[in-house]
Design a protein around this ligand. Structure first.
Ligand code: SAM
Ligand code: DTB
Ligand code: SF4
Length: 331
């Protein structure tokens, strides 16, 4: 007997998946999206995604840690914090030549954006002067530029903008009510302060967060509310799945249900319809099938290259195969 074919465009499915008004702002409304049946949530997210983007195109950014370890901040997830015994070897700020070599390799491999990360509370002026040179040099190679340097002082964002910086990454990371349980050396208000400086300087904002730190679904909804309520919302939204780093307070955090990660992506897509949504840390630990679900849910960007900052990322060959199997276009 032939199986019954369920048509997803039946009347009842359409009713179940009515598009919400744009710009939902309350945590309760966002949690209600999270609580939808999985298929309805994905159906909503796909409609939003296809209205704003080519659903088969994925942007690729390559990361480079330009100054590794020894960070004075105490973020509970981070291998680079001097507060944790992660065993990471500290490295001084890379030379301009080292950065240019890495950026050239990233471009040859097909990345369109090069993101440089430094483990600082914020840049000292002499360090910023060197980063400014790096940004200008990477931009000259024909790559989009992004840096993540911690908190900025007045005037520093303008210097980066003048150097040719396209994006500044500074995450809100988690729900306001959970922030203090993960980080004590700065507040989420400090993060908002730097985001305002970046925005005022005319630099695109890259701002997202981490899930899988033992937070509740309510807290994930509250993180997305913080992000979506930025006015304007960030142009780029990285969603990181915790990579449990040995020696950090979150080394033994129980893994998040993978479907809950997909729900987070789908809800972020609905709330920030025109933002690039990056499937960020944690891809190495994900199956190809889980990543495909994330793309279906609206993720349209990845970090590309075998290292994130200190954690592993899929090797380029694995991503090439995945793109080929899914017929995804790299943009
Ligand atoms: N120091 C800068 C800062 O904190 O903004 C830039 C680097 S920091 C490593 C960038 C982001 O990486 C963090 O905001 C966090 O979202 C993410 N991250 C750090 N460690 C992670 C981990 N173990 N797993 C997943 N994401 C992580
Ligand atoms: C972001 O949100 N994720 C990237 C980037 N911005 C700088 C960093 C992920 C770091 C993962 C852990 C590590 O490599 O140490
Ligand atoms: Fe430092 Fe950034 Fe790591 Fe926090 S996440 S410890 S600020 S490098």
């Amino acid at each position: 007997m032939p199986a019954t074919i369920v048509n997803s465009s039946t009347q009842s499915a359409r009713q179940a998946a009515t598009l919400p008004a744009p710009r939902i702002r309350s945590v309760a409304e966002i949690e209600a999206l999270f609580n939808l049946p999985f298929n309805d949530l994905l159906y909503l997210a796909q409609q939003v995604h296809r209205r704003h983007f080519d659903a088969n195109a994925v942007q690729r950014s390559t990361l480079l840690s330009i100054k590794t370890g020894g960070c004075p901040e105490d973020c509970g997830y981070c291998s680079q914090s001097a507060h944790h015994q992660s065993g990471l070897v500290r490295e001084a700020l890379l030379s301009l030549e080292e950065v240019i070599d890495a950026a050239q390799a990233a471009k040859l491999n097909g990345a369109t954006r090069f993101c440089m990360g430094a483990a600082w509370r914020g840049p000292k002026q002499k360090d910023l002067d060197r980063v400014v040179e790096m940004v200008t040099a990477v931009k000259t190679l024909g790559l989009e530029t992004c840096v993540t340097l911690g908190m900025l002082q007045d005037g520093q964002a303008e210097q980066l903008k003048t150097a040719g910086l396209d994006y500044y990454n500074h995450n809100l990371d988690t729900a306001p009510e959970f922030y203090g349980q993960v980080i004590s050396t700065h507040s989420q208000a400090d993060r908002h302060d730097t985001l305002k400086k970046v925005r005022a300087a005319g630099i695109n904002v890259c701002c997202g967060g981490i899930v899988g730190m033992g937070e509740s679904r309510h807290a994930r909804a509250a993180l997305l509310a913080e992000l979506a309520n930025l006015n304007p919302p960030p142009e780029s939204v990285p969603i990181n799945n915790l990579v449990p780093m040995p020696g950090t307070p979150l080394a033994d955090a129980p893994p998040l249900d993978p479907f809950e990660f997909v729900r987070t992506i789908a809800t972020a897509r609905i709330l920030m319809p025109a933002s690039m949504l990056r499937l960020s840390a944690g891809r190495q630990e994900m199956s190809d099938e889980l990543q495909a679900l994330c793309f279906l849910a609206g993720a349209n960007s990845i970090f590309y290259g075998d290292k994130l900052l200190t954690a592993d990322n899929p090797v380029i060959g694995r991503d090439e195969q995945l793109f080929s199997r899914l017929a995804l276009k790299a943009i």
